[in-house]
Design a protein around this ligand. Structure first.
Ligand SMILES: *Cc1c(COP(=O)(O)O)cnc(C)c1O
Length: 305
């Protein structure tokens, strides 16, 4: 746990060199959003920004949201709430385990009240909240959708591409959980920029999990591509080859990735380059959206970093 405030000045753009990129004449850079803060890392800071602002405006004191045992969103919320003088509570999908995941343990250390619900209770709770009838619907609580997936989350994510002069990139690649971040990128990308999302969920199709209503009118569908083949078994699942890849990437580039999102993203970028999806002399931007603390739930020693 740390009381550091998120710092956008820590963000860097780092060249990612790889034989496959050289062979295909690609210039690939990684936007290190993971450096913003150890726990409010990557895209989470952008997704939460406007929810926090609204909660302040409305003079709310308790921030409530939803997530699973590995929810980087809940951890980021817990840390951001504490830094901004809010209390926080999280509904967790699945009965309370005997041992908390590292992510939830940290969220708890930041003062988040963890409320475990069975899967069916969790779904019911989400539904009743949508309908506006839930017991905490009082003047103190402010609700943030699961994964920050709503208008404010998208609006915050739209600002990622305004950080640096990133207009020169032809392709922008990001890992996709709820799709909130990718929707923001789609909305703010320039006309010549293509946004590629790597879904880390099993069984998604077409533009899923993105909701079409999140995309601004006028956004050209041709500049968007969702890739569904690299989930490695599904959300928070992994294989020895993914772990090997992450270790190798770190050894070669010095860039650490996480096994839930960015490891799968980096793997995909190499595959897409091998398949020559990027035309020669493309400039590819890969978003490092953070989540590194999630690696603590892996068996110690599996990763060399
Ligand atoms: C939450 C998260 C994502 C996915 O963001 P969405 O906006 O939900 O698609 C990607 N990478 C990391 C590291 C995350 O923690």
């Amino acid at each position: 746990m740390t009381d550091l405030t998120p710092d956008l000045n820590n963000i860097s753009l780092e060249r990612w060199d790889h034989a496959v990129f050289r062979q295909n004449d690609l210039h690939v850079d990684v936007l290190r959003l993971d450096k913003i803060h150890p726990e409010i890392s990557g895209n989470k800071w952008f997704k939460l920004k406007y929810y926090l602002e609204n909660a302040k405006k409305e003079k709310k004191s308790l921030l409530i949201s939803f997530g699973g045992a590995y929810s980087n969103h809940l951890l980021a919320l817990a840390a951001a709430a504490r830094l901004n003088g809010f209390s926080s509570a999280g509904y967790i999908r699945g009965e309370g385990p005997d041992r908390l995941s590292h992510t939830l343990q940290l969220a708890k250390e930041y003062g988040m009240e963890l409320r475990f619900l069975s899967r069916s209770e969790y779904d019911l709770k989400k539904k009743s909240i949508l309908l506006g009838n839930w017991e905490e619907n009082d003047q103190n609580s402010f609700l943030i959708p699961e994964g920050g997936a709503g208008i404010e989350g998208i609006r915050g994510s739209e600002e990622i591409l305004f950080l640096l002069p990133l207009r020169s990139f032809s392709h922008i690649c990001t890992a996709v959980g709820t799709g909130t971040t990718m929707a923001g990128l789609m909305n703010s990308a320039g006309p010549g920029q293509k946004v590629i999302g790597i879904s880390v969920l099993k069984g998604t199709r077409n533009l899923e999990p993105i909701d079409i209503s999140w995309i601004r009118t006028g956004v050209n569908p041709a500049k968007i591509q969702m890739v569904h083949e690299y989930h490695f078994g599904g959300y928070a699942k992994y294989t020895p080859s993914l772990i090997d890849f992450m270790n190798q990437t770190f050894a070669e580039s010095g860039i650490p990735t996480d096994f839930v999102y960015t490891g799968k993203l980096f793997f995909s970028v190499i595959r897409l380059a091998v398949m020559q999806l990027f035309p020669p002399s493309s400039r590819v931007l890969v978003l490092h959206t953070g989540g590194l603390q999630g690696n603590l739930s892996l068996t110690p020693g599996l990763l060399g970093y």
